[in-house]
Design a protein around this ligand. Structure first.
Ligand SMILES: NC(=O)c1ccc[n+]([C@@H]2O[C@H](COP(=O)([O-])OP(=O)(O)OC[C@H]3O[C@@H](n4cnc5c(N)ncnc54)[C@H](OP(=O)(O)O)[C@@H]3O)[C@@H](O)[C@H]2O)c1
Length: 251
């Protein structure tokens, strides 16, 4: 794994699931990690197990993005936080259930990337937006989830382009994990898609092959931001085998 000693990494959505594994991996690689989430107790447990600072806050609030980036001036920002989609067929969604990931995931990507460009983060910084494989494949039982995750990917590309246009030297990329029981979002999805297909969760999972773990996600992201930033692509698929570059717009 890359050595990130001397770098500060803010992990937004680090209290559990994939974000907690990513925060641990960055701390293990020597970074000073700032873990952001709303659940103070879960953050305290994380901080007790690793050398990690914590900030309790709602990442959808613009003031939280501003104050965390202003206070820590991080070289790395990983935006993992997102809502658990309401798993129902389209006709059983309401607009409120359909749009939960737009109010959380999209708002977080928009607010933090906007702040990263406005402050701006220092040249050589990286922002990783945790989208989803659903952004490519769709997710018919989770309302607006796939569209929200696709929009996060677009927002990451827009921010990458604005950084280039303004010569800010901020690298932005979107990472699209495959569904995994390593986080609550995946656990809910697996339960719903197993039931939809008339399978048990065990049967459904057995058909998925090797599953992405939070540890694999963490080490893949450490190596991504610790490597040659010139080579960082606009987007990657993340599976148990690691990161695979996605074709960019027009490729
Ligand atoms: N697991 C999967 O299969 C999978 C697949 C593809 C993509 N993803 C994406 O990966 C990300 C993590 O998924 P996960 O399954 O690990 O989810 P998870 O277990 O539900 O964890 C979500 C994390 O985000 C934080 N969070 C949510 N809303 C927040 C807010 N408003 N402010 C601050 N923190 C917030 C939660 O902390 P608090 O509740 O303490 O705030 C928690 O730490 C999500 O964006 C998800 O869409 C997951």
């Amino acid at each position: 794994m890359s050595d990130l000693t001397g770098k500060t990494a803010v992990v937004v959505g680090a209290s559990r699931g994939l974000g907690r594994g990513i925060a641990r991996a960055f701390a293990g690689a020597g970074a000073q990690v700032v873990a952001v989430a709303r659940d103070g107790q879960a953050l305290a447990e994380l901080a007790a197990s690793a050398n990690i600072r914590t900030e309790i806050g709602d990442a959808t609030e613009e003031a939280v993005a501003w104050s965390v980036l202003d206070q820590y001036a991080p070289e790395v920002v990983i935006l993992v936080a997102g809502a658990t989609p309401v798993m129902r067929s389209l006709q059983h969604q309401t607009w409120e259930t359909f749009s939960v990931n737009w109010q959380a995931d999209v708002k977080i990507a928009f607010g933090w990337l906007r702040e990263a460009l406005l402050q701006p983060l220092r040249p050589g910084s990286t922002v990783v937006v945790m989208s989803s494989g659903a952004a490519v494949n769709g997710s018919p039982a989770s309302g607006g989830y796939a569209g929200a995750k696709a929009t996060q990917r677009f927002i990451a590309e827009y921010a990458r382009d604005e950084s280039r246009r303004a010569g800010l030297g901020i690298t932005v990329t979107a990472v699209l994990p495959r569904m995994t029981p390593a986080g609550a979002v995946g656990q809910r999805g697996i339960r719903a898609y197993a039931a939809r297909g008339g399978q048990t969760e065990e049967e459904y999972l057995a058909a998925q092959g090797d599953l992405l773990t939070a540890e694999t996600a963490g080490s893949a992201l450490v190596d991504l931001v610790g490597g040659d930033l010139e080579k960082v692509a606009p987007g990657y698929l993340l599976t148990a085998a690691g990161l695979r570059k996605l074709p960019g717009p027009g490729e």
